[in-house]
Design a protein. Structure first.
Length: 223
């Protein structure tokens, strides 16, 4: 049996969000650290790679007794089967495919923010001061404003139906860990708090046992 389940919802920015882009060609006087944007609309985006990488790292840290995390190929089996690996599994000698496919997250409420005369981004001024010389090093950080919302879409491949509920338990844990941590940069200074809202599940390809689907849906949506 092979099927695909679609996880959708929204990501609400709770505190200013900074996921950086290259500033190699910034003009004089431009923001020191700009955010990543959609090249078509010029609106901010949350790359799927940022969401996937943060979730995997937090889940691996929650399962590790070491202060320094090992390579991804050393992750527990439940993470390898969900997020994949570039190294073959010792048991099967095969590369584990990622069961989770993260899409880039595009902004959904830009028009409503503009109607309320709320800017989509803000510039946060930060400063570091040398403790010995008292020399200041100011910088400008561009952030997506709080209240911005992005569409969430993740595809889960049902490869082993009996493992689906366990996988969704790990996914639900990943959402919770991110909400109590941060996404993007400068999280220890207040940036990057987000909230996942309106999570839902739908079958988009193949067939899956109704009881398994219902259990996965319950795990995903309960708080």
């Amino acid at each position: 049996m092979f099927a695909k389940l679609q996880i959708t919802g929204s990501i609400e920015v709770v505190t200013g969000l900074h996921i950086g882009a290259s500033n190699a060609f910034s003009a004089i006087g431009a923001v020191d650290s700009p955010i990543v944007r959609d090249s078509r609309t010029k609106l901010p985006i949350i790359p799927g790679s940022s969401l996937k990488g943060k979730m995997r790292t937090l889940l691996a840290r929650a399962r590790s007794e070491k202060l320094v995390l090992q390579e991804c190929s050393s992750d527990p089996l439940e993470l390898l089967r969900m997020f994949g690996s570039s190294e073959p599994l010792p048991q099967t000698k095969r590369l584990p495919n990622s069961r989770l496919k993260f899409s880039d997250c595009f902004m959904t409420n830009d028009k409503s923010l503009k109607e309320k005369d709320i800017p989509i981004t803000e510039v946060k001024f930060e400063n570091t001061i040398n403790r010995l010389t008292s020399v200041a090093n100011p910088r400008q950080i561009e952030r997506v404003v709080r209240g911005a919302e992005f569409g969430l879409e993740i595809i889960y491949d049902v490869e082993v139906p009996g493992e689906a509920a366990a996988d969704f338990g790990v996914l639900r844990e990943g959402f919770t860990l991110i909400e109590y941590d941060y996404l993007g940069g400068h999280g220890s200074r207040g940036s990057g708090r987000i909230r996942f809202n309106d999570l839902s599940l739908a079958g988009v390809y193949g067939e899956i046992d109704r009881s398994i689907f219902a259990e996965c849906q319950k795990i995903l949506t309960e708080r």
